[in-house]
Design a protein around this ligand. Structure first.
Ligand code: ZN
Length: 1055
């Protein structure tokens, strides 16, 4: 009679756990039998490299004998090892592996080629030697490049701590051994059965079937008799071959290695990370014919192309076979909130062009698994970039509300929609485990509407990617009764299947995909944000001026050469630093040293390119007298007060002094009121100021600043106590006691964990107004063109704010030029404007449009958005009246119950302990308005604040016109945002316009430069099929266009 035991689930599970444990009972368990016949290397030598050098440089190094147990460092250093290996004769027929653990990331080189990455901290420590050596070979010579960092950097005390700069890493293993593949298979059998038994719910009998099968399998194995292994494996096979019914959920598994382009390591390390990760991927592709790998970010392909041409050729080959799959279509996986509209377009333009040029492949899906929120303008930008599908998972990180869908239509502010999917496992680094597969189906919110979901497997963030183990696990899960079917597929398979079968039943989400976490990233690293905005505008200006210079030169047979390569290089630098850990301010200090170097490069080069273009358009004649000229790089005529410069060392000085001085400001600069036409220039002709501004002191204290539009009362702390529009009595600021406009407030800012990333809801309860003047407000300028005050406020014993508050003749806003000396620890500085406006919602400037969010805390969805992103302005309006806040470099806002707040500075300490410490300068402004923000010109005013009129000294040839407009639009509802040379023709310009009010309209664009042909194109500059006719009418130099709300239209003009 067979003896039947009563089985206890818990002990049975734990028995299996210990049977394959890498820690417990290894001397008597199956895991302990994974490797046998260990042998030392024939020789091991080492060379401490002077930095990240190439292979050919490295092998010329002086290699000295070393051994296991030695330590190598410090952090970020590179060490090369030379390994001589002799495989003993008796192991000739066995599968022999090199086992190497330097407890860092490392790369194996063979015959000058990178062949496989290793990473001690992710247990990737074996290199299959037999395969690498080929048949009948017994000797092998390898190099190993050791990078002194882990996959996720070298954080001190915690993962996101600033790097421990003096860490050393011990080489704990360097030997060869026989790999027992049968034992390996059994370990994976036991693990999979164990996980099914453990994670399947009690009502599912299948879990118990797994438990009993697993137990039987363990009983069958005799560790001293390997002939029992095959029989045990068959028991598992029989179980895994029991199939599902047809209705089972299908998981589309795709290999992935989320690679942060820089984060807890510098850019230069990412270059090597790509080689380490992708060489592993290629080895796995050779081994597993159905394994596919998705890989985004053109920049990283470019790095591999430049630094590892052999590996790149292998990648190209697998791309051709459809298995190494470029995805995303962007230059890098950028931040989804902060880049400008044009920068978004360029991410796709340069990304898609790269994939087309290199692989003849255009991506059809946007891939952004790890960004901290998604602008509601992205769907349209995807659509104009040849993309109709979108994948992310980051919203699963939201703290308060669960997003209600995983597969849905995402619709942007203009009505464009894209088919979107969030892999329901809530991760982009799955490992092929049963628990993840069960979580995927459990979480999936669109059951009944769709029966499929994506599963991204492979270690991520620092790269590394899929492992052999993961692929073996998934083989077992392919179609096993009780679990979703796990099939190796591509993004194309997934989205096409949805489009074919499910789209009719999918729900729709309109507007922003707001992440209820990481909302400090709109503010952290203020200088990076400032430089990003500044460089976006400088590149805009250079694009415009160089385009004009180029076309004039082509038409007049001039000698100007368009700086195609240089502008592309600069744009790519800007786009690189919009990566989703750089621009948000969440990288280590080393990354920001690089980023600021890049910004400096952009600014310096833009200055040169601007001046070259200007000289080509207007200068050149050394014989003529220099004149002062004002350039307007925006698409409407502007009348403003300009600052000429300090009156010294300029050839045009004399002329100005005698003819043009209208006001000398407190710094000795010359101010003048000028009018300059749209996208054009005017020779400086100071206008007589008919409506001067003024400043006076009221008997009870406050200063009164006044011009033809606005009157502001400002107290000794620089706070606005009253703000009225000319002809009205109404105070735009709240009259409640204790409420002041331009009130600085300081908050405690201690998040739960993600220091640089997070500001938590409770920070709002720690508000402290700054109310101590170091130096009370005093008058600087008294008009007639500019009046101003200066005030200095105490933040703490180490920090202070100095602010110049000014009003110009003809200006609709009070401008606050601010300098902050900032040395705080986990404090958050904001400025408040409590308004008298009654409204349910506030409006924020975003990419090519604006977006409304609530001004109240009704629901959890409202109050979770206590900090939101916006670009150049935000407005609170009621019927026929409102207040706007403009800024030149800020992105964080919080508007609640009529109080508008602009976020200014944070002071997190991880991962950069020095983040935001030091001196900051920025400008914001407050603008009350009558009517709507659209009709009052808030949008244009914000552009003007960001892109002041530019004064230059030029030597125009005799007879040059005194003023010139190259491009203009007759309707303020349409902004001509971009004027650029097309990427593929010197004689074509691309013009990008958008509807900025949020309504239908017609607009006529007028060009000074005669063109031959105009057609509509998309963001990739490809002519649209009906590009000749649709909504486009040409009469002479006028092009009339019809716009729908927030529509972006790109035109391609032939000259
Ligand atoms: Zn990331």
């Amino acid at each position: 009679m067979e003896y039947v035991t009563v089985k206890n689930k818990r002990t049975t599970l734990e028995r299996a756990d210990k049977f394959i444990s890498p820690i417990y009972f290894k001397d008597v368990n199956l895991r302990g039998r994974l490797y046998r016949d260990h042998h030392a290397l024939k020789s091991l030598t080492h060379f401490a490299a002077p930095g990240r050098i190439t292979y050919s440089q490295a092998i010329k190094g002086k290699f000295l004998k070393t051994e296991v147990g030695q330590s190598f460092g410090p952090t970020w250093a590179t060490h090369w090892f030379h390994l001589e290996i002799d495989v003993p004769d008796k192991l000739q027929k066995e599968e022999v592996h090199l086992l190497w653990n330097s407890n860092t990331e490392a790369l194996v080189w063979q015959d000058g080629n990178p062949v496989q990455g290793l990473s001690g901290d992710y247990e990737r420590i074996s290199f299959p030697l037999s395969k690498a050596m080929g048949k009948d070979q017994t000797k092998c010579s390898l190099y190993i490049e050791m990078a002194c960092n882990g996959v996720l950097g070298v954080g001190k005390d915690s993962m996101i701590g600033a790097p421990d700069m003096n860490k050393f890493f011990t080489l704990s293993q360097a030997e060869i051994a026989v790999f027992d593949r049968e034992a390996y298979d059994l370990i994976l059998d036991v693990e999979t059965l164990h996980d099914m038994a453990k994670h399947m719910t009690e009502e599912n009998e299948r879990g118990y079937q797994a438990l009993y099968t697993m137990n039987q399998l363990i009983n069958t194995i005799d560790l001293n008799d390997r002939s029992t292994y095959a029989k045990a494996h068959q028991i598992a096979e029989r179980f895994f071959q029991q199939r599902n019914g047809q209705s089972q959920h299908v998981i589309y598994a795709m290999g992935h290695a989320h690679m942060d382009t820089a984060w807890l390591w510098p850019y230069a390390e990412t270059v090597r990370k790509c080689a380490r990760s992708w060489s592993c991927t290629i080895r796995l592709m050779e081994q597993f014919p159905d394994f596919n790998f998705t890989c985004s970010q053109a920049q990283q392909y470019e790095w591999v192309k430049q630094n590892y041409p052999g590996l790149y050729t292998q990648i190209k080959d697998f791309v051709k076979r459809g298995r190494f799959i470029p995805v995303g279509g962007t230059w890098v996986e950028m931040d989804g909130n902060l880049p400008s509209g044009e920068a978004f377009v360029r991410q796709f333009l340069y990304g898609q062009r790269y994939f087309m040029q290199e692989f003849n492949k255009k991506c059809t899906e946007f891939w952004l698994p790890d960004t901290f929120g998604y602008s509601p303008q992205l769907p349209q930008i995807m659509r104009i970039s040849g993309i109709s599908r979108f994948l992310t998972q980051k919203l699963s990180w939201s703290l308060v509300n669960k997003f209600p869908h995983h597969t849905f239509w995402w619709e942007g502010i203009d009505g464009s929609s894209v088919l979107s999917h969030f892999p329901p496992g809530d991760s982009y680094h799955m490992t092929g485990k049963v628990e993840e597969v069960l979580r995927t189906i459990k979480n999936f919110k669109d059951k009944g509407r769709s029966g499929r979901s994506v599963y991204l497997f492979g270690y991520g963030d620092g790269g590394n990617g899929p492992s052999e183990e993961m692929l073996h696990r998934m083989k077992r899960l392919k179609d096993v009764d009780g679990l979703p079917k796990v099939q190796q597929k591509t993004p194309q398979d997934f989205f096409s299947d949805i489009e074919r079968e499910d789209t009719g039943s999918l729900c729709r989400w309109r507007g922003e995909l707001y992440l209820e976490l990481h909302n400090g990233t709109y503010t952290t690293h203020a200088k990076v944000k400032k430089m990003n905005r500044f460089c976006e505008f400088r590149l805009h200006d250079v694009d415009f001026l160089s385009s004009v210079a180029n076309i004039l030169s082509v038409q007049n047979k001039g000698s100007y050469k368009f700086p195609t390569e240089e502008l592309l290089r600069l744009w790519k630098l800007l786009l690189l630093n919009q990566f989703h850990d750089v621009l948000p301010g969440t990288s280590i200090e080393m990354v920001y040293e690089d980023a600021h170097q890049h910004y400096k490069d952009i600014v310096t080069s833009c200055q040169q390119l601007y001046s070259d273009a200007l000289t080509s358009i207007l200068g050149g004649s050394a014989k003529s007298d220099p004149v002062t000229m004002v350039m307007n790089c925006m698409g409407w005529q502007r009348q403003e007060v300009v600052t000429i410069d300090t009156p010294s060392g300029n050839p045009a000085k004399k002329q100005r002094k005698s003819e043009e001085v209208v006001q000398q400001d407190s710094k000795g600069n010359i101010l003048a009121m000028v009018t300059v036409p749209s996208y054009g220039y005017a020779i400086m002709k100071p206008l007589k100021c008919d409506n001067p501004c003024s400043i006076e002191t009221k008997s009870d204290g406050p200063y009164v600043l006044r011009n033809e539009f606005v009157t502001a009362e400002i107290d000794h702390l620089g706070r606005i106590t009253a703000l009225t529009l000319k002809g009205g009595e109404r105070n735009a600021m709240s009259s409640e006691p204790g409420c002041y406009g331009n009130q600085f407030v300081l908050y405690d800012d201690i998040p739960l964990y993600w220091d640089a990333w997070d500001v938590m809801d409770y920070h709002q309860e720690t508000r402290k107004p700054l109310a101590i003047a170091v130096s009370p407000a005093k008058v600087l300028d008294r008009g007639p063109l500019r009046v101003s005050l200066v005030v200095q406020l105490k933040v703490s014993d180490q920090s202070y704010v100095e602010q110049v508050i000014s009003l110009d003749a003809g200006s609709p806003y009070i401008r606050c030029q601010t300098k902050v000396e900032w040395h705080e620890n986990r404090k958050f500085l904001k400025v408040e404007f409590p308004t008298s406006v009654h409204s349910m919602s506030a409006t924020y400037d975003i990419q090519f449009g604006h977006y409304q969010r609530t001004n109240h805390n009704n629901t959890s969805w409202d109050w979770a958005q206590f900090e939101v992103f916006g670009h150049k302005w935000a407005a609170l309006s009621e019927h026929n009246y409102g207040v706007a806040i403009l800024n030149d470099s800020k992105y964080g806002y919080s508007t609640r119950d009529g109080v508008m707040r602009l976020s200014l500075l944070r002071s997190p300490k991880a991962p950069d302990v020095n983040a935001d410490m030091g001196t900051h300068t920025f400008t914001y402004a407050v603008m009350p308005f009558q009517g709507t923000f659209q009709s009052a010109g808030v949008i244009q005013a914000a552009y003007e604040l960001n892109n002041p009129l530019d004064v230059h000294s030029v030597n125009p040839p005799k007879g040059s016109p005194e003023a010139m407009s190259f491009f203009s639009v007759d309707n303020p509802q349409v902004i001509l945002e971009t004027i650029k040379k097309s990427e593929d023709s010197d004689n074509d310009l691309v013009l990008r316009l958008y509807e900025c009010f949020g309504g239908h309209t017609m607009a006529t664009l007028t060009l000074k430069l005669p063109f031959k042909k105009v057609q509509r194109c998309n963001g990739l500059e490809e002519i649209l099929e009906d590009g000749m006719t649709s909504d486009l009418e040409v009469k002479g130099s006028n092009i009339s266009l019809r716009f729908s709300p927030f529509q972006i239209i790109s035109l391609r003009l032939k000259f």
